[in-house]
Design a binder for this molecule. Structure first.
Ligand SMILES: C[S@@+](CC[C@H](N)C(=O)[O-])C[C@H]1O[C@@H](n2cnc3c(N)ncnc32)[C@H](O)[C@@H]1O
Length: 240
């Protein structure tokens, strides 16, 4: 997979790309992540990438010109290599990001992520370049850099072979619309709080049953909406 990120603050990505699992995934050629500094693509001689909004109002808007230039350049090169590219605009007005969307996007070969800043981006970018608009939640951040990092992190760990143990994806929260069961590690007794005896029993069937029931209990307590969507899905498939 290849992820191209377009930003006016390329330095923000360094700590994320050079640590932990994302760093390992790049080193192991599971993903190639490129950061494009938007200022390198502006036709303005002072490297300006933004301007005042037409019609007045506060703040600055990122201009269409440098974004068109960099996206077209990336796509031209990808076309030569016969690659398919999906362009995503990070935007608080977009579809809310979820594990389901992450799984879908993790199957793409090549993504372009466009980070806005200030008051946002010229509407013509949204209309002409964005295949999808994604929000990471109902709140407004100063820029699309953190959302782009959130997407990148969520996608990279889904690429086959990135996480050491392939089972670690199977039982995670949101798999099968359930939250994960409680996890414990050594010591078995910490300040008088003991690990549930079943986890020390060595009986794998019992452990699995306990985990399933805990996952269900947790989901019922914390996210009953997830269970509702399982019931709705079951109802739909029964009714054809
Ligand atoms: C301050 S925001 C612009 C908000 C815009 N004026 C509005 O009201 O919709 C600047 C940039 O941050 C990014 N951004 C902010 N909040 C976001 C969110 N919840 N999800 C994804 N991107 C977000 C977008 O790229 C956006 O263009």
């Amino acid at each position: 997979m290849r992820i191209d990120i377009i930003t006016i603050f390329p330095g923000m990505f360094e700590p994320i790309l050079n640590e932990s699992i994302i760093k390992r995934a790049q080193a192991g050629n599971k993903v190639k992540i490129n950061i494009y500094d938007l200022r390198e693509y502006t036709s303005d001689r002072h490297r300006k990438v933004d301007d005042r909004p037409f019609g007045g109002g506060s703040g600055m808007v990122i201009c269409a010109q440098p974004i068109f230039k960099v996206v077209e350049e990336i796509k031209r090169k990808a076309q030569k290599a016969k690659g398919k590219v999906k362009t995503i605009l990070l935007c608080p007005q977009g579809k809310t990001f979820s594990q389901k969307i992450a799984k879908k996007l993790a199957k793409e070969k090549h993504l372009i992520l466009i980070c806005g800043h200030y008051e946002g981006i010229d509407e013509r970018v949204r209309k002409n370049l964005a295949d999808e608009e994604i929000s990471i939640g109902d709140y407004v951040l100063t820029g699309g850099e953190l959302p782009a990092m959130v997407l990148t992190d969520a996608l990279v760990r889904l690429i086959p072979g990135v996480l050491g143990d392939k089972n670690s994806l199977n039982f995670e929260s949101f798999e099968g619309n359930l939250l994960e069961y409680p996890q414990y590690t050594r010591p078995a007794d910490f300040r008088g709080q003991e690990v549930p005896a079943v986890l020390l029993s060595g009986d794998h069937k019992k452990i699995e049953e306990w985990r399933s029931s805990q996952a269900l209990k947790r989901t019922r307590q914390r996210r009953p909406d997830l269970l509702k969507s399982i019931r709705n899905k079951k109802g739909k498939s029964k009714n054809g």
